[in-house]
Design a protein around this ligand. Sequence first.
Ligand code: PEP
Ligand code: MN
Length: 337
Amino acid sequence: MIIVMKPKAKEQSIQNIINVIEAKGLNAHLSKGKEITIIGVVGDKALLQDQNLEIYEDVDKIVSVTESYKLANKKFHPEPTQIKVGDVIIGGNNLVIMSGPCAVESEEQLLQTAHAIKKAGAQILRGGAYKPRTSPYSFQGLEEEGLRYMKKAREETGLPVICEVTSLDAIEAAVKYVDMIQIGARNMQNFFLLKEAGKSGLPVLLKRGLSATIEEWLNAAEYILAEGNPNVVLCERGIRTFETATRNTLDISAVPVIKEKSHLPIIIDPSHATGVRTYIKPLAKAAVAVGADGLMIETHPNPSCALSDGPQSLTFKQFEELTEEIRPLVAYMGKRL
Ligand code: PEP
Ligand code: MN
């Protein structure tokens, strides 16, 4: 449940409510808007049954929150959340593009990519050092060596860097080198990993599971938030359907649905959603038009030789064309790239 305070409620009135909640062993989550403060109760609200919070000073109303996710819920936090990654802000009026290779293959490949995507307007460099591949015989990533190249790319270009983590060991290594960690689609319901990502202190990009509902996805975000890490960005990357013309089916409606249900930023990954290079630009445009906060797009110096996801990787020229073509749309949406 949430307690909505009256406009300009006194600090002492807010504190009184927090004290009642905490005295019952529950957590109070404070969301201060320009005018209105909302106090969310996390935990078993039945413990507050004997309290008539409505009669406390400056309380406007009590609203029950029926959804199982609380901290990720827009009712708890009506203002959209903005998340800082290095000097880049995700959310608000920014359209943030993360780009780079599916897998970090060599220092040269990564540095070349970092310079090219920066020139084209991307603000964050992505690269996989731990690759959760469908086949155990496919390239599994350079692991910590790959993370070292990511750090070097940040030092050379100033771009913050993001890398997927697949285990506790990977998280422990990643915190030394990267600015943001990614939980991939295959691990979206790996609750142990979600908790560890929550404890890592780094912002987390949480991809939607291959067959996850939006409610399951928001509950996965809740696991990270519940560890005291408020910096979660959601990423729609296509879901499994009967359609085989594309690798997955991009659920573009996830953007307005998430915007209605949650305050967390959401970006779209048309690369993994389609698996087909030629569909990426049109879907990137759709993502901007539907109000996504950003894009994740795979790029490679020579996609035909890529060790992973070559068919969906853009060349630098194709990526530059994409960013140029979406610029007017970004401006039309009142955002900046
Ligand atoms: C990736 O970003 O390289 C990746 C493996 O993505 P997903 O988890 O969405 O398949
Ligand atoms: Mn990939």
